[in-house]
Write a protein that binds this ligand. Structure first.
Ligand SMILES: *[C@@H]1O[C@H](CO)[C@@H](O)[C@H](O)[C@H]1NC(C)=O
Ligand SMILES: *[C@@H]1O[C@H](CO)[C@@H](O)[C@H](O)[C@H]1NC(C)=O
Length: 280
């Protein structure tokens, strides 16, 4: 698994704030954790430092911790840099996701499944529309996500949802309403993150348990950035992203070919009645 971490190209480290021009009012803001987020659970295990520039979540045997955005978003590009739990992170899950509320909620998920030292994290992704998920895709990363901060992004508009890692698209969920598949486009979402214990399933399917002698486990967040519309401010939901260019489509194929380890679209055993409509 070490080979995934070698030969990692030195991509530009920070996402540059691009100004989006449009006929609608737009928000382009570099975030501040004190202004933009609430610590939601875990007491002192969730912390904000450096005047709002850095946030950390911790997990110990008593509790995990979490935060959520004050604003709700309906479309936009959302970037966050994460540095995941280092060392033996087996059994831990760092979830970073967008979600609306209620039984027919929509959700866009990144979940980072920890591992024993030196073994690769799994990046688990999922999309819920109208309360229904079951759209998992999983990836190894092409770098060690615990050594440095890396940027995890969602680009969400009425046509598609794109997941990106360091600006490289890893997954595209296209609007398939034409095939009868609901698409998230009416319910604004908040940004959430939590660090919790999931050693009943996370690492090698639950075989490797959390080593509590290594607790507390800590993940770090910085450089939160949003381009697009927040419902609390502009409430228009009209933001549109650019189409992926040829280079991005090549990068997407590179990730899917070399790093994708599970794709629900490919799992015919799981869907004996036929794979989901959006996969066809
Ligand atoms: C952990 O490492 C093992 C062995 O390399 C690998 O099979 C597994 O996919 C890795 N990730 C998780 C989260 O289990
Ligand atoms: C997709 O299915 C093929 C054939 O069953 C399999 O070889 C491949 O590993 C699968 N890919 C993923 C990402 O699940």
């Amino acid at each position: 698994m070490k080979s995934f971490y070698n030969g990692f190209s030195k991509s530009p480290f920070f996402t540059v704030l691009a100004l989006v021009l449009s006929s609608f009012l737009m928000l382009a803001s570099a975030g501040n954790f004190l202004q933009d987020f609430d610590l939601t659970w875990g007491d002192h295990r969730a912390k904000i430092f450096n005047g709002g520039q850095l946030l950390s979540l911790s997990l110990d045997q008593v509790s995990g911790s979490g935060f959520k955005s004050k604003n709700e978003y309906l479309f936009g590009r959302i970037d966050m840099q994460l540095k995941l739990v280092a060392g033996n992170s087996a059994g831990t899950v760092t979830a970073y996701y967008l979600s609306s509320e209620g039984p027919t909620h929509d959700e866009i998920d990144f979940e980072f499944l920890g591992n024993t030292s030196g073994d690769p994290y799994i990046l688990h992704t999922n999309i819920f529309t109208q309360g229904k998920g079951n759209r998992e895709q999983q990836f190894y990363l092409w770098f060690d996500p615990t050594k440095n901060f890396h940027t995890y992004s969602v680009i969400w508009d009425s046509k598609q949802i794109v997941f990106l890692v360091d600006k490289t698209p890893i997954r595209v969920f296209a609007n398939a309403e034409g095939k009868g598949v609901p698409f998230p486009k009416n319910q604004p979402m908040r940004i959430h993150s939590s660090l919790w214990n999931a050693d009943d399933w996370a690492t090698r399917g639950g075989l490797v348990k959390t080593d509590w002698s290594k607790a507390p486990f800590t993940a770090y967040y910085r450089n939160f950035n949003v381009q697009g519309s927040t419902t609390s401010k502009f409430s228009n939901g009209a933001w549109q992203s650019q189409q992926l260019d040829a280079y991005s489509r090549r990068r997407l194929r590179w990730v899917q070919k070399n790093f994708m380890i599970y794709n629900y679209c490919n799992d015919s055993k799981r869907f004996p009645q036929g794979i989901p409509a959006e996969c066809r």
